[in-house]
Structures are given as C-alpha cells and as structure tokens.
Design a protein around this ligand. Sequence first.
Ligand code: GLV
Ligand code: MN
Ligand code: MN
Length: 447
Amino acid sequence: MKPRTDGAKARAARRAPPDVAARPAGARDAGTALPDIDGSRLLASLETLGRIGALDGGGVCRLALTDEDKAGRDWVVERMRELGLRITIDGIGNVIGVYPGDEDVAPVMTGSHIDTVRTGGLYDGNYGVLAGLEVLRVLREAGVRGRKPIAVAFFTNEEGARFAPDMMGSLVFQGGLGLDEALATRGIDGSTVGENLERIGYRGSAPVGAAAVDSYVELHIEQGPVLDLEGISIGAVESVQGISWTEFTVLGVSNHAGTTPMRLRRDAGLVAARIACFARELANGIGGDQVATVGAVNLFPNLVNVIPNRAVFTVDLRNTDGETLQRAEQRLRRFADEAAAAEGVSLSRRALARFDPVRFDPDLVALVERSATALGLRTRRMPSGAGHDAQMLARICPAAMIFVPSVDGLSHNVREHTAPGDLVAGARVLLRVLAQLAECPPFSGNR
Ligand code: GLV
Ligand code: MN
Ligand code: MN
C-alpha cells in the first residue's frame, strides 16, 4: 500500500477540532445564541445505526431494500417519531420527517440516504441523515422554531449498487424517472424495486414528489482526499460531476481451454479485459477530472478450463465537464465495438445511469461558506466526485452541499473514516445553514 503521510500531516496541522464530548447538552453556539449540536449524541447515533448490517471486521452492508436496509429504516423512523416529526413515506419509499415552522410553507430540507454499498462505511449518507435529525433535536429541545418548516429526508437507493440508477429515490421524487419504471427496475439478483419495497413494508402511500421544497442542503463526507490532504474542515460544494454508467454484455463461444487453438477462440472474457484496460488508458489520456472504473465483472461459466462464452461488466465514467464526458463515452463505445469485432464476438450495451454535471445554487454555496467561516472553520469550494441526492433536488429548488474530510480519502470501503471533531463541525455548519434558511431566531428576516 502507498504511504499516506501527507494527509496525516495536514490533519495534525488543522485547527484543533472542537472538544466534542466536553460540550454539555443544551450548550449554545456563542456567536448566534443558537442551541449547539450535542456531538456525543450525534456520534453515538452513527455508531448505533452502523451496527445494523455491520460486517465482521468493520464496515456495513445495507444494500437498498434488503432486510438490513429495512432494519436501518425502522431505526431512523423511530428516531423521527421520538422527535414528533410529521412523517411521510412515498411510493418509492423515500421517508421525510418534518419539523413544523410558524407558517405552513414549503420546508427547508436536508437529508441523504441510509442504504450502503456492499462494503460500506458508517458515514456515507448516514451522516447527513443523522446530523439533520440532531439539528432538529437541538432546535426542539431549545424550543426554537423557524418561519419555515425543516424536513429531514432519507431517499431510497442512493447507491445504485443493487438497483441502477443511483439516486433513484430522489430522481423519482424530482420527476426525472417515472414511479412505475422505477418500481419495475430489476436489481443484480433479478428481483424488482417494487417487490422489495412491498416486502420490507416501505411502499408508502404519500404521492411521490408532491411536496414543494424551499431549498435543500445535504451534509456528507467528501469521500475523496482533497480536504484531508489540505487540512481543511469544510468543503462548500459548488458542483457534482457528470456520471455515465454502462453495462456491457459480450457473447462469445465456450470451448475447451486445452484443445482450442488461440487463433480459433471467441473469448468473451478477453474482450471484457481489453475494454477494462482501455477504460483506464482513456481516463489517463484525457487527464484532468476524468475517471473510469470497471467495478463489476461476471464471466460465464466462470470455470478454470472453459473459455468464457459471456462477459457482463460495468463501466463507470465521470467528469466535471459534460462535453469531455461525452467524448469519453464515444471513444469507449468505438473501442468496445472494435475489440468485439476483432475477436468475432457480439457486444451489446445498456445504459444504467446517465446524469449531466450539476451546478449548485451560488447563494447557497456562499451561505455554507459564510456559516463555516463564522464558526472559525477553514473552508474551500470544491466539486463533488460522488453522486448525491442533492444533485436531483437541485433540479427543483436551490441546493448545495457541505463536505467534511474523509481520512485518506477512503469511501465505499469498510475503513471509511472521518475524525469525530470534523463530523461535529459539519453538523454545526448544517445547523447554522438550516437555521438561516428556515429563518429561525436569531436569523429571522435576514440571511
Ligand atoms: C454514489 O455513491 C456514487 O457516486 O456512486
Ligand atoms: Mn452517499
Ligand atoms: Mn456511496
């Protein structure tokens, strides 16, 4: 493994994080007289949710709509009930809990997701949801209400690891994908979203996307190395890069590994391997923000002495620049066709997800930045490399994101970690941002 000393140095140099546990519950943010986040309670809630679907040796597996996802959902819904939130569950299983405001207007919304990849960590998604609930908890305890309601949502199947596309719940919520089409989507195990929603009891009755949203701010771990390397506590996220997921199927001919001369082979596995290598070369050649990943590969019959007759694999291409992403897609397509023709196999492809790059609302990005600075936290503007529900909400309301550092930039990995002080600092920024957007005292009437 490569040494990771830069991040460690930067972390040590970062302004000492606030002493999480030392702040008594009920403490106030000195700058605003807002109630303060209870850091210990937030961290404990992350640990507790992380025990649902916990993997031996660390990390979590709560793939969307599995029994583990249901158990995680039940636990979070119970927390929403304790807070007295008005809870709705819509037809795609998005859960929204609303803390009332003085007026019955569209809520300011925060949230994220609680499904994970197969090798997930404790924080991806869960942090944004539980920090949102912690914000509501301290507001409620202090008897603070804004003019506008504040909603905390967790959206169904953000990861897309079991059912493509990713961000499915927020995409349906926003109207970019029809409910029926989403419900009919088959996952990697052949069952549908609809069947699984019914099975776990989360096919809700609330109409999808009926509720207007005032604004949306999502708190999330960065999942990349930038903040950690630079020793910065808060990222004010300006954009999300474009995402292109394609599933390729190559059909060749199975034959005996010992008897078939090389020149007579029609090897589906070889073509898959060629395309995988090309994807890396393509990204290296384009440079900049271009990334390419072959993350799922299945060979059939997958035996030591049989030439594969079928290869099914995925390519994930991403870039912050939409035109460059399109060019990368075209070049990959051309190479794949040529590689298949050269081996005498057939090739087909299926788009699993395709989202253009998204720019967040400049005023909200500035608000995130100002709020972090007011708390004495170092901040920088940055794009998001990962997909997020916020990019779907950005289609219907002003949206932005707050990032906190990921140690060594690790995520979608059981070793995903963020320092407790950074987790609490991010929640404090979220509190300030939501309080301003919802016009809670002392921000009433000004932002
Ligand atoms: C979602 O986590 C993605 O960016 O793949
Ligand atoms: Mn996430
Ligand atoms: Mn993720």
